[in-house]
Design a protein around this ligand. Structure first.
Ligand code: PLP
Length: 383
């Protein structure tokens, strides 16, 4: 018998312009379905998905530069050209102590803050972040009872290094850099932030939840290749094209993850570093499958396609007399009067706004030149 749920369909991606999630890669979709009934939170029982998690972490270590930074055995785990699943078991095992597949960027950021708080001897631990930091840091601060000091960004939406330096004192436990901001796709000056964090004796966390799968190809300095980067958030379920939920948290020093581990009395494994207990086998398997299929060539091609499209779209908007924020990664923010914004939403365009009120279009893999041309036709119809 058909249930009412069978009769419904999820939204189509045709007019989705603001989401940071997308259609999963076909291999990721297949893997998600196959591993739906498994729980990587209990690796002694669900060994197959636990192996896939080690492969996913090796893949994320390749993408973020951690494998190269650690060198040796770990460095072999996912060098350029080798798929995550090609990693020799030993290397994947060595890397698996440096990260895990989270439920998303929020969990990764909460855990990065938690780890820094617990490794700090500050009396009143504080996190210093640019105001462009994702709202998950506000959740982290509330849940973990740390002080979140947000500092203004420069005129172009990137962390102001002097302002961050000025906010550091003996209570500082973590500095946050954003590599691909949610509203404008801006990349903070990670090396300069790493320097001032190191001077203050504080770890640096880089939030590349959205940008992480573009940045290896964009020429930015952002990941573990930068000395002093301690932890990184990167989400397979965004640009990585895995099924939701699949986030990633990686640490240069395994002590950062050890700080998160609690004992697990009723499981066969001794401890667990993840925030959630039962976890999605679908997310873990699809993350491994997506990176196996796409790292590095598929992601490189997508970066080129999306960036070209974002540049074209920005030019088209400017040609219509609209003010556009120059895209640094494939995300275009532009001025659009509120009435027009509402009219376009009414025509089915899934569009969102920045805090300052600009419309924002995130050029995810499902966003095509055809869909943006159709959107521009509707923009032309407004007047
Ligand atoms: C999306 C995003 C997050 C939150 O990730 P979720 O997977 O939605 O929990 C955190 N930081 C940045 C920069 C993001 O773009």
């Amino acid at each position: 018998m058909q249930s009412p749920v069978d009769d419904r369909r999820p939204q189509s991606f045709d007019r989705v312009l603001s989401s940071m999630c997308t259609e999963p890669h076909p291999a990721a979709r297949r893997a998600a379905e196959r591993y739906l009934p498994s729980n990587p939170g209990d690796p002694a029982t669900y060994g197959a998905v636990a192996d896939l998690e080690a492969e996913a972490v090796a893949g994320l270590a390749a993408v973020t530069g951690l494998a190269d930074a650690l060198g040796g055995d770990a460095g072999d785990a996912g060098g350029a050209g080798s798929g995550a699943a090609d990693a020799p078991d030993g290397a994947a095992d060595a890397l698996s102590a440096h990260g895990y597949v989270t439920s998303g960027g929020t969990e990764s950021n909460v855990q990065a803050v938690r780890s820094a708080r617990d490794r700090s001897d500050a009396a009143d631990p504080a996190v210093v972040a640019p105001e462009s930091a994702h709202f998950s840091f506000h959740k982290a601060a509330a849940v973990l009872d740390v002080d979140l000091r947000t500092v203004p960004t420069d005129d172009d939406g990137r962390a102001d290094v002097d302002a961050v330096a000025a906010a550091l004192d003996e209570d500082a436990a973590l500095v946050v850099a954003v590599a691909g901001s949610t509203e404008y796709g801006r990349v903070d000056p990670v090396p300069a932030l790493a320097d001032i964090a190191a001077d203050a004796g504080v770890p640096l966390h880089v939030d590349a939840a959205w940008g992480g799968f573009y940045l290896p190809f964009s020429g930015h300095e952002w990941g573990f290749a930068v000395d002093g980067v301690d932890t990184v958030t990167i989400d397979p379920h965004k640009v990585g094209r895995a099924a939701v939920p699949a986030g990633g948290l990686l640490a240069r020093d395994r002590a950062a993850l050890d700080a998160l581990a609690v004992e697990t009395p009723y499981l066969e494994t001794a401890s667990q570093a993840s925030l959630t207990g039962t976890r999605s086998g679908a997310g873990v398997a699809s993350a491994a499958a997506a990176m196996d299929a796409l790292w590095p060539d598929g992601y490189r091609e997508e970066y080129g396609r999306a960036m070209d499209l974002a540049t074209w779209f920005a030019d088209e908007l400017r040609g219509r007399g609209l003010r556009v924020v120059d895209p640094e990664l494939p995300l275009v923010a532009f001025d659009l009067p509120t009435d027009d914004f509402e009219t376009l939403r009414g025509r089915g365009w899934r569009l969102s706004r920045t805090t300052a009120g600009e419309a924002r279009v995130v050029v995810m893999p499902h966003v095509t030149r055809e869909s943006l041309a159709a959107f521009l036709d509707d923009v032309d119809d407004l007047s």
